[in-house]
Each structure stands twice: as structure tokens, then as C-alpha cells.
Design a protein around this ligand. Sequence first.
Ligand SMILES: Cc1cc2nc3c(=O)[nH]c(=O)nc-3n(C[C@H](O)[C@H](O)[C@H](O)COP(=O)(O)O)c2cc1C
Length: 193
Amino acid sequence: MRLLGIGGSPRRGGNTDLLLAEVLRGASRGAEVKTIILSDLNIAPCQHCDDCLKTGDCTTRDDMQLVYRELEAADRLVLASPLYFMGVTAQLKAMIDRCQALWARKYKLNKPPLGDGRERRGLFISVGGRSKANQFWPALATVKSLFRTLDITYAGELVFPGIDEKGAITKHPDALKQAYLAGQRLVENSPAG
Ligand SMILES: Cc1cc2nc3c(=O)[nH]c(=O)nc-3n(C[C@H](O)[C@H](O)[C@H](O)COP(=O)(O)O)c2cc1C
């Protein structure tokens, strides 16, 4: 089993990175794990050229080509992003928008979006500086829309409000433990949940 973790925060070693690392640590006994940090990559925004509608492939040649390959190879996906103006970061949104090519595979070309029909499951992790517990819904809506498009079963989310300074997540009573356990659960061979 392969698990791909995708980190959307540009603040290296920040709260999102710490949580993502714990999820992957929890998963690492049951899966081969790989992390991609989007701010290390060069991923242009979707230009809506519609080339992908004919082939299901994106003709923009940048690091997204690597991400497509990793998404196809993964059985489990963990997306992680802090809240930026209620949504995911620009780095993650650019990656999500470039998945329009995978939307085209599915809805225009009648092909499996990730190349085969194997069961895939995905988790979303987020933090936000404000303390409002219900502020994550716009980001959740975006991520759920992506997972639905990619035929990835939504396995839930871990979201932590009131986490602002770099490293603040380490002072939360059990966030890192929750992340570790979520990683363990995600690679268990039980039905989605
Ligand atoms: C551009 C920007 C926009 C932000 N927008 C929000 C927001 O809408 N809601 C919120 O709760 N926190 C917001 N924050 C705060 C971050 O979500 C918070 O600092 C978080 O802990 C950063 O996570 P990181 O350490 O993983 O980068 C914003 C921060 C930045 C830099």
C-alpha cells in the first residue's frame, strides 16, 4: 500500500508540516509513505486551455506532471493545508485546479480519473489561527469536491482552530497523537471510516 502526503503550507516546519509528519509516521508501519511539499515545486495555475478535454492529460509541462504520477500510484492520500482566507493555500489550490485534467478523464472521456478503479481513501488536515470551530467548511467543500472527482473515498478530516504561531500545534493537548492515530487508521484494511 502506498500513502501520499501532500503539504500545502509554505511555512516549512510549521503546524501543517508537523501534523502531516505525524500522520505519515502513524501510517508508515502499514504503508510505503511519501511526502510532497508543494512550495518546493513549480505548479502553474490552470489556464483553462481545455487541451485536457481531448486527452485527459494536462499539456502544461511543470512539476504537476510528477504529482499526477504520484496520485495515480497512491492508495491513500493525505492533503494538508492551513486556512488562508477560509480556504486552502494558493499552493494547494493550484494543484487542485490542475486536477481538471483528471476531471476530464472521468466526465468527458469516461475513464477512471487515476488510471484504475482500485479503492482509494483520503484524509484532510487543517489548522487555522482563528478559534471558530466551524470555519473550515469552505476548505472542506473544496477538498471533498476533489476527492469525489478523483474517486477517492473521503475518510474524514482533522481540523484544529486556534492554532496560529509556528509550532503552536505542539502545545495542543493531543493533536499530534490524533494525527498519528489517524495515519494508523487510514492504512488499516478496514472499510472507509
Ligand atoms: C495569508 C494568510 C491567510 C490566513 N487566513 C486565515 C483564515 O482565514 N482563518 C484562520 O483561522 N487563519 C488564517 N491564517 C492563519 C494560519 O492559518 C495559521 O497561522 C496557521 O497556523 C498556519 O499554519 P502553518 O504553520 O502550517 O503554515 C492565515 C494566515 C495567512 C498567512
